[in-house]
Design a protein around this ligand. Sequence first.
Ligand code: SIN
Length: 482
Amino acid sequence: MIDQKYHYLLNHADIAFEAPTSGAYIEVKDAANGTSLAWVKQHDRASVEHFILRSEQAQAAFKKFTALQRADILMAWYRLMLDHQEDLAQILTAEQGKPLAEARGEIGSAASFIRWFAEQARRIDGDILPSPQAQQRLLVIKQPIGVTAAITPWNFPAAMITRKIAPAIAAGCSMLIKPAEQTPLSAYALQVLAIQAGLPSDVMITLSGDSVAVGKTLCESDIVRKLTFTGSTEVGRILAEQCAPTIKKLSLELGGNAPVIVFDDANIEQAVKGILASKFRNSGQTCVCANRVYIQEGIYDAVAQRVIEEVNKLKVGDGRIEGTTQGPLVDEAAVAKVESHIQDALAKGATLATGGKRLSESNTFFEPTVLTGVTQEMRVAREETFGPLAPLFSFKTEQDAVQMANDTEFGLAAYLFTQNASRQWRVGEALEYGMVGVNTGMISIEVAPFGGIKQSGLGREGSKYGIDDYLEMKYLCVDLSE
Ligand code: SIN
């Protein structure tokens, strides 16, 4: 059971700390040991429809708040999150499994989106257009889109919520949030703090439940004007179909297949640090994780050796234990996918340099793994592994590297390591990705636009652009003739 000292952050009608004897509930399990943490209500279609109406009512009142009032609420929420950073991190690690240091970092990053959009709330301005008609005045104003919905993933149970709801609130929208079934507690804890910060009730509504009852109902609703989703491309496609009849505005942050290109002229230590950071954060379960590491022939052996040395220092275990760097994978299917990518690569000629297996059949901890001699014919070149597997490819020329890196339907994040300034620009511009890290493996930050091209999604989150998806533009044509 989740420690009683965190119950104050989970004080919500949907949460039970003893197994409920009636009603439909989802058991939330400790990611490291599978014990019960709590139970959350399983909302059905009727319940979701009821809350959509409540969200609509709340938004009708909330849109009348001034930008300054909305900004102040967000700023108060940001401060509360930092005041409770440690407890929020403990809840996050319990349900998601990532090491506490990463969970604290995620809470800090989640709060940074709230602060950023508190600042942006006061910068939603419009335009006055020069009119070709002397008697007319032409203006553009921006208004909140209305009721919005978010479907969020288990890999970042806090940051993926605030990255969506902070711009929604800044714009004057309400939001219904369906958190992942594995990690709903962080969502409820954020909501408890949002209410404490002064957010009117029902402007943020958390609805746990399965994707059909909750997700589909949100997508099909006429009242919900926008859906934002982070998750796989496969699910994104289904949601887009479900949203099509109501022509909902969509933001989709979907799968990736991130290449890392290390050129002969790279600083090797910088490249190794970048590969480790990008590949093994959250045990390889981020959509911007390095999925393919391309190393130029001249330094292949040197980089491979250093990557293997550093990977051998990683420590797998319960995220609450000091020194752990790698938590569990989300479920059996995730373990099976990593195993299948390893088996496929080995069968086609790759070499296992380190790792390669789960720690035990009774849990989902997996050894950080490095494969060398990987080629474009192997499944790891095409599919996102979403686990702690670093496949090392080699390449001859810059042109080959760019061609192989772009040879995918995905276009989320890419990374390159080189000391050559003109190559940094040339390759950075040639890579068909929404985000490119140059000499770094860490690119997520609230001030920059996060999102992908091709089948990696639609729209951008964070940055000055992130609020646009929550606003409608209205053109006013004022004729002054009497
Ligand atoms: C994600 O995996 O969806 C987000 C990762 C990040 O913000 O760095």
